[in-house]
Design a protein around this ligand. Structure first.
Ligand SMILES: [Zn+2]
Length: 329
């Protein structure tokens, strides 16, 4: 049984999903809002990549009837697929259906019940094709060769994807922060080659006095940083962010590119259709809003926090599903 505490209760034990309350803890990927069990005393179900990126020394466990499959999102990201009550349950964690430069695409399992993430879970979130965004960034880099360029990105996952992009599309070896550099080294241990220079190394300091492309944490990159860089290095400086939120939000940078490592609403619908799920439970983001949109699209969907009222909502959702059939997505 799936509980509103984000646990899968099996007869023999409880598996918690991206938190530390269960007898066994599934960790979908290494981002800090998911990886707490790796720093607890609990046994974990997680990929070797996730354990390494999170800086843990744990040995991964396994459990009969449970398997981990690719989730896209970042290196090592997995979904949990578990057999229970004669059916199949899948928990996606953060999910990306398209292949990245540093991680494979998500697999879509056959499942009866899916607990699905919905960071961007309403129909107005529609990401452009990844390749198109890469070409936009390549063009921007090429047009600004005379300036120092500073990209803002999360240091774990997104930064490594941008390093791979700069290597492959622009033949650029960027400067990165020590933390980004450390995570890049772990990616390389798992076979993902990433050309970059630690900004604090001697080579990095040397590169600063010439033209450079650098990656810094996203919350430090803005017009004020560009102005400081311009004074410090006597060269024009331009800033960019790479985030899904760029589709709808304004940021104090020269360009914001909508490259996301999450599914958009259409991706969630595609996943649910192809998985054959009879029921979708939504988590992450505005769970209630996502569930409502999915019911309008004809799915039997509830938010995780609504699970206690599931019977009532199932009745409501099947009525809404019938009404929504004609204008479905
Ligand atoms: Zn994540």
């Amino acid at each position: 049984m799936l509980t509103s505490e984000k646990c899968l209760k099996l007869p023999e034990l409880t598996i918690s999903l991206d938190h530390s309350e269960g007898d066994l803890c599934f960790v979908s990927h290494a981002h800090s809002d998911h990886a707490a069990p790796l720093h607890s005393r609990k046994p974990v179900l997680a990929s070797e990549e996730t354990i390494a990126i999170a800086g843990s020394k744990k040995q991964p466990h396994s459990h009969i009837g449970c398997r981990l499959i690719d989730a896209g999102h970042m290196l090592g990201a997995k979904q949990l697929v578990a057999e229970y009550d004669g059916g199949v349950f899948a928990y996606t964690g953060d999910l990306r259906l398209e292949a990245g430069l540093t991680s494979p695409p998500a697999k879509i399992p056959q499942a009866d019940t899916v607990l699905i993430e919905g960071t961007y879970g309403s129909p107005e979130w529609k990401f452009p094709n990844r390749e198109l965004v890469f070409l936009q960034i390549e063009k921007w880099v090429s047009q600004n060769r005379g300036s120092n360029l500073i990209f803002g990105a999360y240091e774990v996952g997104k930064a490594q994807e941008i390093v791979a992009f700069l290597n492959k599309y622009c033949s650029i070896v960027p400067l990165v922060t020590p933390r980004m550099d450390k995570i890049c080294s772990i990616y390389e241990k798992f076979g993902v080659k990433l050309g970059r220079v630690n900004i604090e190394s001697l080579e990095g300091q040397e590169m600063l006095s010439h033209g450079f492309v650098a990656l810094l944490p996203h919350n430090r990159v803005n017009f004020s940083l560009a102005s400081t860089m311009k004074s410090a290095y006597g060269r024009d400086a331009k800033t960019a962010l790479v985030t899904g939120w760029a589709l709808r939000e304004q940021f104090p940078v020269d360009r914001a590119f909508p490259l996301s490592d999450h599914v958009d609403f259409e991706g969630i619908v595609q996943y649910l259709r192809e998985s054959g799920a009879k029921r979708a439970v939504c988590t992450h983001g505005e769970e209630g809003v996502i569930a409502e949109h999915l019911r309008r699209a004809g799915f039997d969907a509830v938010a995780l926090f609504e699970l206690g009222q599931a019977r009532q909502l199932t009745l409501l959702s099947s009525e809404m599903g019938e009404k929504a059939q004609a204008p479905a997505l």
